[in-house]
Structures are given as structure tokens and as C-alpha cells.
Design a protein around this ligand. Structure first.
Ligand SMILES: Nc1ncnc2c1ncn2[C@@H]1O[C@H](COP(=O)(O)OP(=O)(O)OP(=O)(O)O)[C@@H](O)[C@H]1O
Length: 254
């Protein structure tokens, strides 16, 4: 069984006042295996955010199914969605989404606090993660006292701390300079090597070239996918750029 199965996923946004409806996802099908690192690319408006919102259980599909460990998202009761999300999914956003009035440490603890864990357990869980992300000396600082790259590392720690089944990242390098982006991508590669499954939406071919597989979305469907196999980042990057060019030209499936 795949970790994540997305089948015939469709999302139609109904506009208010009887205007035209928008078919953001037409028919999306793919699976993600445990331990994979998958990037999702596509032009603006192709449906990436819509897809991610459904995978994050923040929005519901019009039809089709999403299964995580065989559990059907549409069967999760409304009052269980928040705990399902907390127990199974980790999130990393472009804008970090850290609370400014909390220290980095308290930001990272937040999902565990919400899950009702005690302080000693939280601390024991945090330390190895903080060390592996190189933020152990920054934990008492506030988000406005650290750099963008450090903020994003704290956000990754917050995503990892619940040991989620999958990390969903939305443009995680979008607000970072190139050095911090490279560091973050190396970090994702490291956590993935340690077995963490990662699904990342990105506009950046450079970011996608660090993943193991890239799905290209066009007009609400998976148009094409590339597997890295044994290729180097550089060769994989070139193939991604070529595919994006093909997509932009509206070309046929490779
Ligand atoms: N809440 C909404 N109501 C109506 N239409 C929407 C809504 N959200 C998105 N859409 C439309 O659905 C389509 C897909 O949008 P989506 O935001 O998923 O694309 P995207 O690939 O994430 O784009 P970007 O890369 O610009 O973030 C677009 O045509 C968009 O205008």
C-alpha cells in the first residue's frame, strides 16, 4: 500500500452570486511511497495550492479520494480533522508562520502542546531535532531576532516534532535568499535520507532538482512526471527546466 494515494481528484470552486465555476483540479492521480521526496511544479493557476489544501485536509475535494495510510480523508469526522492533521501531517510554509510573541522553542512545541504533551516529553523530543537542524542555541530567541533561514529551520523543527507521516511544504524556499535556500534544501534532503516522506510545491527548478521525483501539473491534471533515478542534481535540474519549457509552450506530453 502506498503512503499517499490520490485518485481521480476533482475540485470545482463555485463562485458566489451564480457566476462561473472554476475547475481547479480536473482529474489528479498519483501515489507517494513511504520515504519518497516528491516535488510538485506547474504554472501559476495550475492547481497546486488547491491540491495542497486538500492534502492538508484544509479543503475538501468535489470528488475523488485521498488516502493516507489507507485512511480516506472524506471519512474523517469534522471534530477529528484537527487531531488527524496534527498527528499525521507536518507543514512548512513560504512565510514560516511562526508566532512573533513566542520564542522559537515555544513555536516548535506548539503542535505538542495542542496534543496535550507534558514539558519534559516535549523537551526530550525537541533536543535531537534542534541539534540536527543546528538551532539548539537559538531556541530562546524570538522570530524577529533571527534570520529568515533560521526561522525556516525552526519551522522545519515544528513540522518534524510530531513525527508526521508526511511533510507538506508550500514554496518553502520562496522567502529565502539563495544561500539559505540551499541550506534548507540540504536539510530536506537530510531528513528525507533519514526516512521522512516529503511533498513540496515549488516554482523553483533548483529546489525541485533536489527531490527524487517531480510531478508537473497542468490544467488541473498531472501532465508529466520525472524520476531522478541515479542522476545528479545538475542533470535532473536540466531535465526539469526542459520539461518546464515544454509546459510553457503548451507542448505535448514528453
Ligand atoms: N477560492 C477560490 N475560489 C474560486 N477560484 C479559485 C479559488 N482558489 C483558486 N481558484 C482558482 O483555481 C485555479 C487554481 O488555483 P491554485 O491557487 O490552486 O493554483 P496554483 O497552481 O497554486 O497557482 P500559484 O502558483 O499562482 O499559487 C485558478 O484558476 C484559481 O483562480
Amino acid at each position: 500500500m502506498s503512503l499517499l494515494e490520490v485518485k481521480s481528484l476533482k475540485k470545482v470552486y463555485k463562485t458566489r452570486f451564480g457566476g462561473q465555476s472554476v475547475e481547479a483540479l480536473k482529474n489528479v492521480n498519483f501515489t507517494v511511497e513511504e520515504g519518497e521526496y516528491v516535488a510538485i511544479m506547474g504554472e501559476s493557476g495550475s492547481g497546486k495550492t488547491t491540491l495542497l489544501n486538500i492534502l492538508a485536509a484544509l479543503d475538501q475535494a468535489t470528488s475523488g479520494t485521498v488516502l493516507l495510510d489507507g485512511k480516506d480523508f472524506s471519512k474523517i469526522k469534522e471534530n477529528e480533522v484537527a487531531s488527524f492533521r496534527r498527528d499525521n501531517l507536518g507543514f512548512v510554509f513560504q512565510e514560516f508562520n511562526l508566532l512573533d510573541t513566542f520564542t522559537l522553542e515555544d513555536n516548535i512545541y506548539l503542535p505538542l502542546v495542542l496534543a496535550g504533551k507534558g514539558y519534559q516529553e516535549m523537551k526530550a523530543t525537541l533536543m535531537p531535532i534542534a541539534v540536527s537542524l543546528g538551532i539548539e542555541d537559538l531556541l530562546k530567541k524570538y522570530p524577529y531576532e533571527v534570520s529568515g533561514g533560521q526561522k525556516q529551520r525552526a519551522a522545519v523543527a515544528r513540522a518534524l516534532i510530531t513525527q508526521p507521516r508526511i511533510i507538506l511544504a508550500d514554496e518553502p524556499t520562496g522567502a529565502l535568499d539563495s544561500k539559505s535556500s540551499d541550506e534548507l534544501l540540504s536539510l530536506f534532503a537530510d531528513v528525507n535520507r533519514m526516512g521522512q516522506t516529503v511533498l513540496m510545491v515549488t516554482h523553483s527548478a533548483r529546489a525541485a532538482s533536489r527531490s527524487g521525483r517531480v510531478l508537473f501539473i497542468r490544467d488541473g491534471e498531472v501532465f508529466h512526471q520525472l524520476y531522478r533515478g541515479e542522476e545528479s542534481d545538475e542533470l535532473f535540474y536540466q531535465k526539469i527546466v526542459d520539461t518546464l519549457t515544454l509546459l510553457a509552450r503548451g507542448g505535448e506530453r514528453a
